[in-house]
Design a protein around this ligand. Structure first.
Ligand SMILES: Nc1nc2c(ncn2[C@@H]2O[C@H](COP(=O)(O)OP(=O)(O)OP(=O)(O)O)[C@@H](O)[C@H]2O)c(=O)[nH]1
Ligand SMILES: [Mg+2]
Length: 376
């Protein structure tokens, strides 16, 4: 019987399938790759694929329709569940803003989570020139998705493209930009593969990512030559994945994977981890994994995941010093707050800042639908 890989890399939609195709060549055999899309042109020949919504989209994409993306995923629920069964860690890679990724990703994340897998999602956020509608739909999908995954990393395309020369052709620019995501995923996957000097169990990753909906820190860096591991740690500290809008930079718990050529010493690895902790925290717990790989001769890579403890919720009522009274019953209950752009006010066009599953750029009184007494 074929052995089920314990890590499943799932590329969803056009962006997700391209990103997984680009990075899956450098992965160990323990990592399975599954390509899922409505558009059959994205599904690579000779790989494990699942086409969604044959009836609805007849082999085409959804044309940006989020509802079609969800319906297409729902129509293949049984096949999706079969494909996800047995994976300990599911890494869902998608681009938000289109119909398939934005519609299907939250559904697939929930299915994966139901199977008991630890679900980590990398989701690209649209370029600012893709327009307000795509941005809004990506934001909405990201909010739901973040609450359904154990770890959620928003990858801001604007920020990634700043890392490549302006005159780079589009495919090269995407490939270079996606190298950050690919590096991070490769590092995380390698931490569980046999033959590590210091290995980790998927349950260690789960313990770091115990609070769904809280922002996840992710970073990757590579270095070479003298002090390669320390150079990689410094590069990870500057990684654009860790500095996007709404990114967390200090976390309670860290998962750090250091890999390098056969020359990598334990001192190199520990110094690199110390540098990562100095930058990102990890005071509550730090899981260290390390591996040597002859293919990395003279080079080193550092991958980091982290999360914070839940932010304690303030009691909604009866707070000392709070004004008493039920508020003005005659006051309209913020009908404007249903409009996303206005609800988020000043932060309307900005990416979400999700803490404990809540968009904290939205004022608390709007999130909790509190009526203010008149005169405020
Ligand atoms: N980083 C990166 N982003 C991409 C890439 N391709 C597309 N994107 C982004 O991903 C978003 C979603 O695009 P697609 O993945 O093509 O959309 P889809 O999920 O297939 O949805 P439909 O085609 O509308 O059914 C786009 O708005 C882009 O911002 C890629 O190769 N790399
Ligand atoms: Mg598509």
């Amino acid at each position: 019987m074929e052995r089920t890989p314990s890590i499943l890399l799932l590329g969803l939609g056009g962006a997700g399938c391209s990103m997984v195709s680009r990075l899956s060549s450098g992965l160990t055999s323990e990592v399975g790759a599954l390509f899922v899309d409505t558009d059959e042109r994205s599904l690579p020949a000779g790989r494990v694929t699942l086409q969604l919504g044959r009836q609805q989209t007849r082999g085409m994409g959804t044309g940006g329709e989020v509802g079609s993306g969800l319906a297409a995923a729902e129509s293949e629920e049984a096949a999706l569940r079969r494909a996800l069964a047995g994976a300990h860690v599911v890494v869902l890679v998608t681009g938000l803003g289109g119909g398939t990724g934005s519609g299907a990703a939250p559904f697939i994340a929930a299915c994966a989570s139901d199977t008991g897998a630890t679900v980590l999602c990398f989701a690209t956020m649209p370029f600012s020139h893709e327009g307000e509608r795509r941005q809004r739909e990506a934001d909405q999908a990201a909010t739901v998705l973040a609450g359904r995954c154990h770890g959620f990393i928003a990858v801001h395309n604007d920020l990634l493209l700043q890392q490549v020369p302006a005159d780079a052709p589009m495919p090269d620019a995407f490939a270079a930009a996606d190298a950050w995501v690919g590096g991070a995923i490769r590092g995380i996957a390698a931490a569980f593969a046999p033959g590590a000097l210091v290995s980790a169990d998927p349950s260690a990753l789960r313990s770091i990512l115990s609070t769904r909906g809280s922002p996840t820190l992710c970073a990757f860096g590579a270095g070479e030559g003298q002090g390669a591991a320390m150079k990689a740690a410094r590069a990870a500290a500057d990684c654009p994945l860790a500095h996007g809008p709404g990114a967390v930079t200090k976390v309670a718990s860290l998962f750090v994977h250091v890999s390098g050529g056969l020359e990598l010493t334990s001192t190199d690895a520990f110094e690199a981890v110390a540098a990562v902790r100095a930058k990102f925290g990890g005071e509550t717990s730090t899981v260290l994994c390390a591996r040597t790989d002859p293919a990395l001769a003279g080079r080193a890579e550092v991958s980091v995941l982290g999360a914070s403890l839940p932010v304690p919720r303030a009691p909604a009522k009866g707070r000392k010093g709070a004004k008493s009274g039920k508020g003005d019953e005659s006051q309209t209950v913020f009908p404007f707050a249903t409009d996303e752009a206005v609800r988020r006010g000043f932060f309307g066009g900005a990416p979400l800042t999700i803490v404990d599953g809540q968009d904290i750029d939205v004022p608390t009184y709007i999130r909790r639908a509190v009526r203010l007494p008149s005169g405020y």
